[in-house]
Design a binder for this molecule. Structure first.
Ligand SMILES: [Zn+2]
Ligand SMILES: [Zn+2]
Length: 339
C-alpha cells in the first residue's frame, strides 16, 4: 500500500494536490483544488482517472482550472466524478455546469455526484450529462458525527472545516487502513516454515475458520493470525490551504489533535512571518505558524505550497527557514527545485 502525491503548479502560482492511493489491488485518484493551469502537469488519462475532486473553497485561485477538468470528464462512461466542497458546493457546481450550451448531450454518458460538507451533515446531489446537468437530484442529507466523510476499500477520506475569514475552507486527510504484516520473530518462535499458506492468512477475504496445511498439520487461519500478524498504522496525508488559526486557541488544539501523527502534511505557506498583519487581514497562515503547527501535531514531514505572488524567489528559501525554526523537516515540493 502507498500514497503517492504530487503538488501541481509552480511556486507563487496556483497550486493543487494530486494523490493516488495504491492498495496493491486497486488505485484511487484524488485531486484537491483545481486552480488555473494546474492540470497541465497531468496527462489526460490521469485527469480522467480522478475519482474524487475535493475543493477547499471556491476562491478563484482554487477553481479557475475547472473548465479543463470538466472538458475531459463531463461525459466519462466508466465511473462517476465525485466533487467535494464546503456548504454551497451543490449550487456553485450547478451554476458551473450551466455555463455551457448543451444540445448534443442526450445520448452521452456521465454522472457527477456533488457532496457538500457541513458541520453536522453532508448534502448530496447527482447530476447527469444526458439531462444537460439541469436537475440537481438531491438526496437526503447524511449526518456527520466524525471527521470521516468517505470510506474506501483500504483508506478513508476525512475532512475538517477551517476558518478562512468569513467562509469555511475544507481540509482533507487521506488515511490508509492499518497494515497487518507477518512478524518474522513469531515465525521463528513457532517454528513455522514459510509456504503458500502465508498468503492465505494475509488475504483479508479469507475467513478465520478456514484451515491451512503447514508441514502436514491443519491449523485454523484465525489462530495463525493471532500468533503471527502485527498491526502497524497506515500512511496518511493531509491537505490544508487558505485558513488562519491562532496558536493557544481551541481551534488550534482541535486541528493539532486531528493532524496528530500524520505522515505528510501539505500546508499553505502564503506569507512571511514579517507580514503577519497582512496574513491576519486575509485569513492566511505565515511560514513560522505553519512550522509550529507541524511541530505541535508531530507530523512526519511538512510540504509547503501556495506562496503569495508578492514574494520573489529570493524570499522563498527564507520562508522555508521560518517554517524550519519550529519544524526542521519542512520542504518545498521537490520539482520546484528551490535550493
Ligand atoms: Zn488561495
Ligand atoms: Zn482563499
Amino acid at each position: 500500500m502507498s500514497i503517492e502525491w504530487h503538488i501541481l503548479g509552480r511556486a507563487g502560482a496556483d497550486n493543487a494536490l494530486q494523490v493516488t492511493v495504491d492498495s496493491g489491488q486497486s488505485r484511487e485518484s484524488f485531486l484537491f483544488d483545481c486552480g488555473e493551469g494546474v492540470i497541465e502537469a497531468m496527462r489526460p488519462a490521469e485527469v480522467q482517472a480522478v475519482a474524487h475532486l475535493g475543493f477547499s473553497h471556491f476562491h478563484m485561485d482554487h477553481v479557475a482550472g475547472f473548465d479543463g477538468f470538466f472538458r475531459l470528464n463531463y461525459n466519462r462512461p466508466d465511473a462517476p466524478v465525485t466533487v467535494w466542497g464546503p456548504s454551497g458546493t451543490i449550487d456553485l457546481m450547478a451554476h458551473r455546469f450551466q455555463g455551457f450550451v448543451w444540445n448534443l448531450h442526450a445520448d452521452q454518458p456521465g454522472e457527477w455526484i456533488v457532496r457538500e460538507i457541513g458541520t453536522a451533515s453532508i448534502g448530496t446531489a447527482r447530476f447527469l450529462t444526458r439531462e444537460a446537468f439541469a436537475p440537481a437530484h438531491r438526496q437526503p442529507d447524511r449526518p456527520r458525527d466524525s471527521a470521516v466523510i468517505h470510506q474506501g476499500g483500504s483508506w478513508q477520506l476525512e475532512a475538517r472545516l477551517l476558518p478562512h475569514g468569513s467562509i469555511d475552507s475544507v481540509a482533507y486527510r487521506i488515511v490508509e487502513s492499518p497494515k497487518r504484516n507477518i512478524d518474522p520473530a513469531a515465525m521463528r518462535h513457532h517454528n513455522y516454515l514459510p509456504g503458500p499458506w502465508l498468503r492465505t492468512i494475509s488475504d483479508e477475504a479469507e475467513k478465520d475458520e478456514a484451515l491451512v496445511e503447514i508441514a502436514g498439520q491443519s491449523i485454523r487461519v484465525g489462530e495463525l493470525r493471532r500468533e503471527l500478524l502485527v498491526t502497524s498504522p497506515g500512511a496518511s496525508l493531509a491537505y490544508l490551504t487558505d485558513f488562519r488559526i491562532e496558536p493557544k486557541t481551541e481551534a488550534w488544539a482541535g486541528l493539532v489533535e486531528w493532524l496528530a501523527g500524520t505522515t505528510t502534511l501539505v500546508c499553505e505557506c502564503q506569507y512571511r512571518a514579517a507580514d503577519t498583519a497582512l496574513a491576519v487581514k486575509n485569513a492566511h497562515m505565515t511560514a513560522d505558524l505553519v512550522g509550529r503547527l507541524a511541530a505541535d501535531a508531530g507530523v512526519g514531514h511538512l510540504v509547503l505550497h501556495h506562496l503569495s505572488r508578492r514574494y520573489q524567489p529570493s524570499d522563498w528559501l527564507a520562508m522555508r527557514d521560518e517554517a524550519r525554526k519550529a519544524f526542521p523537516r519542512a520542504e518545498f515540493p521537490p520539482h520546484w527545485e528551490i535550493r
